[in-house]
Ligand binder design. Structure first.
Ligand code: TAP
Length: 504
């Protein structure tokens, strides 16, 4: 990598304005581009539906485009499944359930799941590049987080397949049948792994629908499933928009619905399925509080807050999108936060130096802009990192708002972008009250040098996950899920098995 002194560049008269601005923030170094290689990636120009172990064209012959949000260039054409395609996929899953998968010795099921994990590892570089191309996330995140964590979920649940009776001692367990699974666009491969791995370990078969804007890694996973020789019909992957998802969750042949997405769509599905007797898990939106006490290790907390909100462009359900600062530390913390934000590199997701990549879609970018405008109109003070955004593609500069009131929309609504709202508190009780003052309850973070305070706060915060002196840490053995409008049911860990079993 070539490293150049920005100061030198400025002296040479090049890019003087940018260099001066960066030096204002104490930022002396710039990086030359370090693009990830893409020669090993071969995308097809068109992808069909993965049903019964084969790729098949959609009945109506309709396809839609998936694009690279960093360049707006077309990546591939993807099948648009209608109700008849959903019907075929559910029928294939039912056959595989009745005839093969539920009857198979659990130890053998575990071997197939293990094989999927191994092939994910073998194709890790390809999966990471495609995830960044299709979703806009920085390659260092897809490479170091999404893909290895997806493989880890398959490894973890492969181990449970023949040990289910030890997970629920004294109880008989059996699978539910066919699971209809619908996932969002922020962690496409990882969400597929979260959903498919425990379902298979418990003896269920699956029909999965990825999000319209990020179908490609799920389709590569379909190839991996073929490569792992999974019996036909055990996993089916169908692409399409919201109506395909609605047809899947509403299909009478689906016994269990696992949905991850927005609270609005989650509520709609719950209403539509009320009274059908289908089992459901809902992983929905969030508006997490990251609470920093004055006694916290401040520099470490700044890093944690930065990664808590700017990781994956803030497209994270558990993003720490509200920062609650103890009053005494507010000014110092905000200054350090702004300095650190000025050093974040925003741009090409395939560049290994990029910290903040592209917003996933034009629609999401517009939603972020609208909410940020509301923050300014309602009187909060905006600071956006002084970075130059690429001319093409969907990008948004990391942004914080100070002087935020609890009534502001930016403090209440999920922005799902790189935007942080800063509030203050004086006492522990006020911090808890403000953190819990939301319809959501997915996650929270607490920063303090007192262990007792971390535990006490954790017991009072209405959030499924509470991190202490860290943020956004995941492990397949840890259950994850929400309170209140963030949903119900748990994914991950031993608890994640319960979502796919009848426990008698
Ligand atoms: P949604 O718009 O809710 O979409 C999620 C998935 O549901 C997509 O595959 C979508 O298809 C599909 N869908 C849309 N309408 C549907 C309907 N009526 N019936 C069935 N399926 C339908 O969410 P999103 O914008 O993709 O994702 C962002 C949201 O997901 C955020 O609120 C975020 O907090 C939440 N999220 C939560 C978690 C956890 S673990 N709690 C994790 C990740 C994300 P299309 O893509 O074609 O619209």
């Amino acid at each position: 990598m070539t490293i150049k002194l920005v100061e030198e560049k400025a002296l040479m008269g090049q890019d003087r304005r940018r260099a001066e601005r960066r030096l204002d923030f104490g930022h002396a170094w710039d990086y030359a581009p370090a693009p990830e290689g893409t020669d090993h990636v071969r995308l097809a120009s068109r992808y069909d539906l993965f049903i019964d172990g084969r790729f098949e064209p959609p009945g109506a012959g309709r396809y839609f485009e998936t694009i690279n949000p960093a360049t707006e260039a077309r990546l591939a054409e993807v099948a648009d499944a209608d109700e008849r395609d959903v019907d075929r996929a559910v029928a294939a899953a039912r056959r595989a359930y009745d005839q093969v998968w539920a009857r198979m010795a659990p130890l053998e099921r575990g071997k197939y799941i293990y094989r999927i994990a191994r092939v994910i590892q073998e194709r890790a570089r390809e999966l990471a590049v495609v995830e960044s191309l299709d979703g806009g996330k920085p390659i260092k995140e897809s490479r170091d987080f999404d893909v290895p964590t997806a493989a880890a979920h398959f490894f973890y649940y492969a181990g449970w397949a023949d040990k289910l009776r030890y997970a629920f001692p004294g109880h008989a367990v059996r699978p539910l049948g066919v699971a209809g699974q619908v996932i969002p666009w922020n962690f496409p491969l990882l969400m597929a792994a979260w959903k498919i791995a425990p379902a298979l370990a418990c003896g269920n078969t699956v029909v999965l629908k990825p999000a319209e804007t990020t179908p490609l890694t799920a389709l590569l996973l379909a190839e991996i499933i073929q490569e792992a020789d999974l019996p036909p019909g055990v996993v089916n992957i169908i692409t399409g928009a919201g109506k395909t998802g609605a047809a899947l969750v509403g299909h009478p042949g689906v016994d269990k619905v696992a949905f991850t997405g927005s609270t609005a769509v989650g509520k709609h599905i719950q209403r539509a399925l009320a009274g059908t007797g289908k089992r459901m898990t809902m992983e929905l939106g969030g508006k997490a509080a990251n609470i920093v006490f004055a006694d916290a290790p401040i520099d470490q907390a700044v890093e944690g807050v930065i990664s808590g909100i700017f990781f994956n462009q803030g497209h994270v359900c558990c993003a720490g999108s509200r920062l609650l600062l103890e009053e005494g530390v507010h000014d110092t913390f905000v200054r350090k936060l702004r300095d650190r934000m000025a050093t974040l590199r925003v741009g090409d997701p395939l560049d290994k130096n990029t910290d903040v990549g592209a917003i996933n879609s034009k629609m999401q970018l517009e939603k972020i802009r609208e909410l940020v405008a509301s923050g300014e109109e309602e009187g909060a003070e905006r600071f956006s990192a002084p970075c130059e955004l690429p001319e093409r593609g969907y990008f948004f500069a990391p942004t914080i708002f100070t002087g935020v009131a609890q009534s502001h929309r930016i403090a209440r609504e999920e922005i799902f972008g790189p935007v942080l709202s800063v509030l203050t508190f004086r006492t522990d009780a006020e911090a808890v009250e403000k953190a819990n003052n939301t319809f959501y309850g997915l996650s929270a973070g607490v920063w303090s040098n007192k262990g007792a305070r971390l535990f006490k706060m954790a017991s009072q915060l209405e959030a499924g996950v509470v991190w202490g002196n860290t943020y956004n840490k995941f492990d397949p053995s840890s259950p994850f899920g929400g309170y209140k409008e963030s949903g119900f049911g748990r994914e991950g860990g031993r608890q994640g098995l319960a979502a796919y079993l009848v426990v008698e």
